[in-house]
Design a protein around this ligand. Structure first.
Ligand SMILES: C[S@@+](CC[C@H](N)C(=O)[O-])C[C@H]1O[C@@H](n2cnc3c(N)ncnc32)[C@H](O)[C@@H]1O
Length: 315
């Protein structure tokens, strides 16, 4: 099934902090004579929530159709088959109405409603390949899969020895129906018979839904303070209106010597964001240094970059 980007949220009038609104969103709608701010779509606030993996999930995946991706020496990663997931959408709980709306609108994104987490996006595979080549082990590290969708990046970290892995997605439906089942699928392999609560790998995971600002406020309340050694994030910079809150989340949650892996396309047609605009934004903020780890060859407009806190000497 082929999908497209689709924005059906009413336009807002505020220019989000620090974002240059020129030609950021739907290019066709930008009228140079009008104030740029009219064309900015503000992110909606979806309250953050933590989700607990319940045992009926174990039952739900027992006859699920799954796929496996194996990249080089990485452990195999299992996940629910997308097509079957789509086909069974009408039988699933759909409190957020995203399963029905994405099917109706044949859309991969409905800004502020559904942010695309129901499928595995291609830059996830780029980042998996880079991790395979670079040999990141995650051993004992606290890892956040930000904008996790299916959660393959966080699951890899888990399988490679991370001390804890947190998954965050905008949509609770994605977390409950895709991310958690996928995590369970991968944890079960070693420990088929055990109850969920007794599975050691799963005990290292936590799952959150909600938009980045409420997620940040939610986890900042934790004692001791929560900081991540590694933040993995793929295909999350397509909407420039989200840059301020995304940047703030990364800034506040990364450990001082932590590392962010970001996989992205150069440009998201029809949405407006992309690596160049994000790099400019990051540079203007002056908090992180950004290095290219992998750039797709000509015609393959995809990249993996790393962000770290700037050293005092850089600032
Ligand atoms: C295009 S999907 C990518 C999913 C996954 N990382 C992948 O590569 O397959 C973008 C993800 O970013 C997250 N996201 C985007 N905007 C967000 C926002 N404003 N607040 C919270 N999450 C957001 C959504 O959870 C969504 O799953």
């Amino acid at each position: 099934m082929s999908f497209c980007f689709n924005f059906d949220v009413p336009e807002q009038t505020t220019n989000p902090d620090g974002v240059d609104g020129n030609d950021l969103h739907n290019r066709k709608k930008v009228n140079a004579a009008k104030p740029v701010s009219k064309n900015i779509r503000q992110p909606m606030l979806k309250p953050a929530k933590e989700h607990l993996p319940l045992s009926d999930l174990q039952l739900a995946i027992s006859d699920a159709v799954t796929e496996t991706v194996t990249i080089g020496i990485l452990p195999p990663l299992h996940f629910l088959n997308e097509t079957v997931f789509e086909k069974t959408a009408s039988e699933r709980e759909d409190n957020e109405k995203i399963l029905s709306r994405t099917a109706e609108q044949r859309s991969d994104l409905i800004s502020g409603v559904y942010e695309g987490g129901l499928k595995v996006w291609e830059c996830t595979y780029d980042l998996l390949e880079l991790i395979e080549k670079d040999g990141e082990t995650f051993e004992g590290k606290a890892v956040l899969d930000l904008g996790s969708g299916a959660g393959l990046l966080g699951i890899l970290a888990l399988k490679r020895g991370a001390g804890q892995v947190h998954f965050q997605d905008y949509n609770s439906t994605v977390i409950e129906q895709l991310t958690m089942p996928n995590a369970i699928l991968n944890c079960q392999e070693d420990d088929e018979e055990k109850e969920l609560s007794q599975q050691p790998l799963l005990a290292k995971c936590r799952f959150f839904s909600g938009d980045w600002s409420t997620f940040l406020a939610f986890v900042k309340k934790e004692e001791p303070e929560l900081k991540y050694d590694i933040i993995l994030t793929s295909e999350t910079i397509y909407n420039t209106a989200y840059y301020p809150v995304l940047h703030e989340t990364l800034h506040k949650l990364l450990a001082p010597d932590g590392l962010i892996y970001l996989a992205t396309k150069s440009h998201y047609f029809g949405v407006g964001g992309g690596l160049h605009l994000f790099e400019t934004f990051v540079e203007q903020r002056g908090v992180f240094s950004l290095n290219h780890l992998w750039d797709g060859e000509q015609g393959l407009q995809r990249h993996v970059v790393a962000l770290r806190f700037k050293m005092a000497k850089d600032s």
